[in-house]
Design a protein around this ligand. Structure first.
Ligand code: ATP
Length: 295
C-alpha cells in the first residue's frame, strides 16, 4: 500500500516539555491507522501538527505524496474535539452551519447523514440525540465534502459500550468505502478490533509501528501440553525459534520468533516421539504488547 501520509522526525516542545521527540512513520492508503499511547504521550499534539493547527519545531510531513498543503487539507476530514452544535437545531441544519463555516459540503449533507446512520433522525433536534448519535453527527460533519482521509482524536471518549460499538462499526464501514482513517486513542481494546496498523507513542517517542498483525504476530504465544510434560519440555528445549518457555501446572507456554507455526511445533514434537494433547496459538493482545512497551 502506498503511503497517504509520511511523517519524518517531527518534534515539538511546550517550554520545557518535549511533547514529540523525532517521530517518523508512514500511514498506508486505505488503512485504519491507530495512534496509540497513554495520556500525555503526544497523540493530540501530533494530530494538531498534521492538520496545521500547531506548528512543529522540527521535522516534516507530507500528505498524498507531497501535494500543496491547501489542496491536501481539502481531502482531510478531522474531528479533534467535539464541535459545538446548536442544541435547538436539527442535525440537518447544524450540518448546514458546519458546511457554511467550511465553505464545503452543503449539498453533501444527506449522503453524510446516511453514512453515519442518522438519515431518519435528520430533523430531530440535536438535544434529543443520544451521546452516540451526537458523536456520529460529529463524525458526519468531518465527512462533509467526501474527504479521502478522516482524522479522529479519541472518537469514543465518554461513550458507553453500545456507543463505542456503533463508532467502531461506522469506522469499518467508512474504511470499506475507501476512506483512510487515522484514529488517536488510549482505548487499546477498541483499537485492536478495528485498526489495520498502529503507531505506539510513549512520552513523545515512537516505540513501534506497523501492521497490527505483524506487530502482534511477532511474538506469538503457543500453548502445548502432553501426557509427559517434563519430556515435552526437554524435547522443546532444543527446538530452534522458541525464545521462552513457561511452565504452568498443566501446560507449557512458548514464546516463538515470527514464522514458527503450530504445525512445525507439532511436527517437531512428533519427531521426538511425543504426541501433543493440546496445541493452541494465542496471539498477544495489543493491550499486553502495549503494557509491555509502555510500562
Ligand atoms: P491525552 O491522551 O491525555 O489527550 P496525548 O497523548 O494526546 O494525551 P498531548 O495532549 O499531545 O498528549 O500532550 C503531550 C504533552 O504535551 C503532555 O505532557 C502535555 O501536558 C503537554 N502539552 C500539551 N499541550 C500543551 C500546551 N498547550 N501547553 C503546555 N503543555 C502542553
Amino acid at each position: 500500500m502506498a503511503a497517504i501520509l509520511s511523517i519524518q522526525q517531527i518534534s515539538k516542545s511546550y517550554g520545557p516539555i518535549q511533547a514529540l521527540k523525532g517521530v517518523s512513520f508512514d500511514v498506508p492508503e486505505g488503512s485504519v491507522f491507530g495512534v496509540l499511547g497513554p495520556n500525555g504521550s503526544g497523540k493530540t499534539t501530533l494530530l494538531g501538527i498534521l492538520l496545521d493547527v500547531l506548528l512543529a519545531d522540527g521535522g516534516t510531513y507530507s500528505w498524498f505524496g507531497g501535494i500543496p498543503p491547501a489542496a491536501a487539507r481539502k481531502q482531510i476530514g478531522a474531528l479533534l474535539e467535539t464541535p459545538n452544535f446548536y442544541h435547538y437545531l436539527s442535525a440537518y441544519d447544524n450540518l448546514a452551519i458546519t458546511a457554511a463555516i467550511r465553505q464545503n459540503g452543503k449539498d453533501d449533507r444527506l449522503r453524510v447523514l446516511g453514512l453515519v446512520g442518522l438519515l431518519e433522525r435528520k430533523d430531530s433536534k440535536f438535544q434529543e440525540y443520544s451521546l452516540g448519535m451526537k458523536q456520529r453527527l460529529a463524525i458526519g460533519a468531518a465527512l462533509l465534502g467526501n474527504p479521502k482521509v478522516l482524522v479522529l482524536d479519541e472518537p469514543t471518549n465518554g461513550l458507553d459500550p453500545a456507543g463505542i460499538a456503533e463508532i467502531r462499526q461506522l469506522i469499518r464501514e467508512l474504511n470499506k468505502q475507501g476512506v483512510t482513517i487515522i484514529i488517536a486513542s488510549h482505548l487499546l481494546d477498541e483499537i485492536e478490533k478495528v485498526c489495520t496498523h498502529v503507531a505506539i507513542l510513549k512520552r513523545g517517542t515512537l516505540l513501534l509501528t506497523g501492521d497490527v498483525n505483524e506487530v502482534l504476530v511477532s511474538q506469538d504465544l503457543v500453548e502445548v501440553a502432553a501426557a509427559d510434560l517434563a519430556g515435552l519440555k526437554q524435547a522443546l528445549s532444543t527446538m530452534p525459534g522458541i525464545t521462552k518457555m513457561q511452565e504452568t501446572e498443566r501446560l507449557l507456554q512458548l514464546t516463538c520468533v515470527a514464522g514458527i507455526s503450530t504445525g512445525q511445533i507439532n511436527e517437531y514434537c512428533s519427531s521426538k516421539g511425543i504426541t501433543l494433547s493440546h496445541l493452541v496459538l494465542r496471539k498477544k493482545s495489543l493491550e499486553a504488547k502495549f503494557m509491555e512497551l509502555t510500562s
